[in-house]
Design a protein around this ligand. Structure first.
Ligand code: GLU
Length: 445
């Protein structure tokens, strides 16, 4: 069996952390099993779907490195859904209903006021042909409901273990709206069957859908000769405070993160690891993540999406980045001061673009901070005439001997004078990069 999975975003907006987590887990699972990763654009909602959003989904996935092997638009597959609908109608599983939204709403209120569950009462099933004709004559168009068998649907979930959904307590789902539009449910099942999807990996918010969809899978087995997929429902994401993802994070799209200068590998590492038993750290490469993908590591508890963790992983990715990988990006920022520069400053970067701050320290104008002019004057006096890669140790040893300052009292004033900052990269390499002339200048020379 060749593993085949799908990522099925709706192009009704930008994709964000929740969607991308599904994409990441599907992609890693496909790659780990030498399987196929399908990008399926769920654009049955023609009013809300846009080509612009669709293009942005492709841009985002490509930028993240989540390449796809096959790609489909549901909007180009309506004939197939119609065929499935006709099949279900012929077998009595899809029936027309004529209630308006207001009528259904009124009925639900009555049920609730009597303490009954607001389940659709299937009144439409008992309509005679004459009654249907009367509705049509009134100008009403039917919507179409799938007749649930009302059973306990069970599956072994790769994340949640044994799962059961009792469809007796559910309303027969509407599969086709009165304007003829297919809602998400039927096209999703038809495509999963037609494309021979072996594993459906998605968020826990789809667990109830899976109960219904399993019934539809069974009802369509005569039409498609496809085995039932295996399901994996990932727990939901919560914010750092344990509450549902806050508006700020939930709405933070991948495009936004790209514009903000986050590293794709940090985003993918973060979404691959949250909610798992693995340590939350930046992977050296996508390949390394593939190797460790395992649904057994995903817990049922909500996964914590903490932006601070993502930033920590982002710094980790930069710290591990080789000069060869960084060089073109450095050049693009006019910040390519060579390998020593990159290796020296990268542990101090939160985002790649921060590198320009260090270019300024090394060869630009900064405001030196000098609290003790006498100390600075002494340091200047002792500054070696020839300042080399190893001069820092010798120079600071001489300043120590001359002033008696040691530890922080020795190093901090030098760092402040040479960089204008309290923190930063290793001063041995950095002072060499700054060079004798600038050091002297910054010490007041
Ligand atoms: N378009 C659906 C969504 O974004 C797909 C769900 C599924 O994976 O079946 O929620």
């Amino acid at each position: 069996m060749t593993v085949k999975v799908r990522f099925a975003p709706s192009p009704t907006g930008r994709i964000h952390a929740g969607n991308v987590r599904a994409a990441v887990q599907n992609w890693l699972f496909a790659r780990k099993n030498q399987g196929r990763f399908v990008l399926r654009i769920d654009d049955t909602d023609l009013e809300r779907s846009t080509k612009e959003n669709e293009a942005m989904i492709e841009t985002d996935l490509t930028w993240l490195g989540l390449t796809w092997d096959e790609r489909y638009n549901q909007s180009l597959r309506f004939d197939l859904y119609q065929k499935a609908a006709d099949y279900l109608k012929a077998s009595g599983r899809l029936y027309p209903a004529y209630e308006t939204a207001e009528e259904l709403d009124r009925r639900r209120k009555v049920q609730l006021s009597r303490g009954l569950p607001p389940v659709y009462d299937r009144a439409a099933l008992n309509l005679s042909d004459a009654e249907k004709a009367a509705f049509e004559a009134e100008g009403r168009k039917p919507h179409w409901r799938f007749k649930l068998d009302g059973k306990r649907m069970m599956w072994e979930d790769m994340v949640r273990g044994h799962c059961e959904v009792d469809t007796t307590s559910m309303s027969d789902p509407v599969l086709i709206r009165e304007d003829g539009a297919f809602l998400y449910t039927l096209p999703s099942v038809v495509d999963d069957m037609d494309m021979r999807i072996t594993h459906v990996i998605r968020g826990e918010d789809h667990v109830a859908n899976t109960g219904t969809q399993l019934e539809i899978f069974e009802a369509l087995t005569g039409l498609f000769d496809a085995p039932l997929p295996i399901f994996a429902h990932m727990s939901l994401l919560v914010g750092a405070d344990g509450e549902g993802l806050s508006k700020r994070l939930g709405s933070m799209s991948v495009s936004q993160m790209r514009e903000d200068g986050l590293e794709p590998l940090a985003i993918v590492s973060h979404l691959a690891k949250i909610g798992t038993s693995d340590p939350l750290e930046a992977a050296p490469s996508l390949e390394a993540l593939i190797e460790h993908q395992d649904f057994a590591k995903l817990g049922r508890a909500p996964a914590r999406y903490d932006f601070d963790d993502l930033m920590r992983l982002n710094a980790g990715v930069l710290q591990a980045m080789s000069y060869a990988d960084a060089q073109p990006r450095l050049a693009a920022l006019d910040a390519d001061l060579g390998e020593l520069f990159w290796d020296t400053v990268k542990p101090n970067l939160h985002k790649f673009a921060d590198v320009t701050d260090w270019v300024a320290v090394v060869q630009g104008e900064i405001a030196p901070r000098i609290d003790d002019p006498a100390f600075a004057a002494k340091a200047l006096e002792l500054l070696p005439a020839d300042y080399g890669r190893d001069s820092w140790a010798q120079w600071t040893a001489e300043i120590k001997a001359a002033t008696g300052a040691k530890g922080k009292a020795l190093f901090m004033p030098l760092r402040q004078a040479l960089t204008g900052m309290d923190h930063g990269p290793d001063m041995g390499a950095l002072s060499f990069l700054i060079g004798r002339e600038r050091i002297a200048q910054r010490l007041g020379g």
